[in-house]
Design a binder for this molecule. Structure first.
Ligand code: TRP
Length: 386
């Protein structure tokens, strides 16, 4: 059994003065506290950590001051319990993992239209602060921010929390903003405007295009990413999802999928609880082919509890030459509950391949500000046999 509680003395905030944080018992204090402790585990300095906690609080806006005793201000699709914040750790062999935070600016802000305005405002505020251009996002405004946007999100923001206090910024948009039936056209047009006219045709068949994402700010090679959802995906099909050239790795993605989802050797398909996602990343227009591919397995729907999810994550990290210790410390930085006492703390496990870089395993960690989903009564296998 993985006991994260013995790993580190948490519950205590690092040196950030409490006065600089939202009041105790609020969403902002809960998530900023998690972020500060995660930064400590990730080896970021106190000044960087305090700056990043401030950025999180500011981007959340008024919901940061909302008492946790009240229900979530909006039914954010960002996490299962509607906390508008999620953390992730990305592991590359031989390096300290990088810490990221995904958030919904304005905390969802009530309506999708308002949420979109809050989102754009938050991105532009960061752009002014760190002096990067939002041109690529501005060019897409009419596509993703119609007057009456639809769908479960308008804009999400992810920050890669590097040492030095300046994060790398990623923006996630909703292809179904003008209606689900127009998603494909919206994504095709967005790709074309950003200089990737052939990219859409390179994507695999899918059930839905879920997110359109772009890198902003200080990236060596900024990417445009398209996320696709795949229902009832078999292990074999998961292995063949990538359209990235040169890196034919069906066996590797298949093995990752099997371990992450807990599929037995004699099975090929999961119970259909939540779609698996693929993400193709485009960086150059010449070939129209993706330079990166990531497979996301929603591990939380295929375990009895988080202890199992952490065991799978640890096995995958070891396989890829990374040390799971920092993951366990990070879990302890986020919650004091035992992993066996809930499901969903570990939301997704992902494997990313990108041209010119070693493979990366990413673990998504929920904030659970509002609710812990109880453990499942039966293992997925036992349930399938019922
Ligand atoms: N909560 C949503 C989901 O589970 C969106 C989401 C949050 C997501 N973090 C993610 C999707 C990481 C893929 C990977 O689908």
């Amino acid at each position: 059994m993985i006991d994260v509680r013995r790993r580190s003395p948490v519950g205590v905030l690092p040196t950030t003065p409490a006065a600089a944080l939202p009041a105790a018992g609020t969403l902002g204090r809960h998530t900023a506290g998690q972020l500060l402790r995660l930064c400590q585990v990730a080896g970021l300095g106190d000044a960087d950590a305090a700056g990043y906690a401030q950025v999180l609080t500011t981007a959340l806006g008024p919901v940061a001051g909302r008492p946790l005793a009240l229900p979530a201000a909006s039914r954010s699709f960002l996490s299962d319990d509607h906390t508008p914040v999620e953390f992730s750790l990305s592991f590359e062999p031989g390096r300290a993992p990088s810490l990221r935070v995904l958030l919904e600016p304005g905390g969802g802000a009530g309506s999708t239209a308002r949420s979109g305005r809050e989102g754009l405002r938050a991105v532009r505020a960061l752009a002014r602060r760190w002096n990067f251009s939002t041109d690529r996002l501005d060019e897409l405004e009419d596509l993703f921010f119609p007057l009456s946007p639809r769908g479960p999100l308008a804009l999400w923001l992810a920050l890669e929390l590097r040492p030095g206090g300046v994060p790398r910024v990623k923006v996630y948009l909703n292809p179904a903003a003008s209606g689900a039936d127009r998603s494909a056209g919206t994504v095709r047009e967005a790709l074309r405007r950003l200089g990737h006219p052939r990219a859409f045709d390179a994507l695999p068949e899918s059930d839905r295009v879920l997110f359109f994402a772009l890198d902003l700010g200080d990236w060596d090679v900024p990417r445009v990413k398209v996320y696709t959802a795949h229902n009832e995906l078999s292990a074999t099909a998961a292995g063949r999802l990538s359209r990235m050239p040169g890196g034919a790795r069906p066996a590797e993605f298949e093995a990752f999928f099997r371990t992450a989802s807990g599929l037995d050797e004699d099975q090929d398909t999961l119970l259909d609880r939540r779609p698996v996602q693929g993400c193709h990343a485009f960086t150059e227009a010449e070939t129209g082919l993706p330079g990166g591919f990531t497979l996301y397995v929603p591990v939380r729907d295929y375990v009895r509890h988080d202890g199992e999810a952490l065991e799978r994550a640890s096995a995958l990290l070891r396989h890829y030459g990374a040390d799971p210790a920092q993951l366990l410390d990070s879990v302890a930085a986020v919650t004091s509950r035992r992993p066996e006492d809930g499901t969903g703390l570990i939301a997704y496990l992902a494997l990313a391949h990108q041209t010119g870089r070693p493979p990366r395993v990413t673990v998504y960690i929920s904030s659970e500000a509002y609710r812990v989903r109880p453990p499942a009564a039966l293992s997925p296998r036992a349930e399938a046999a019922r």
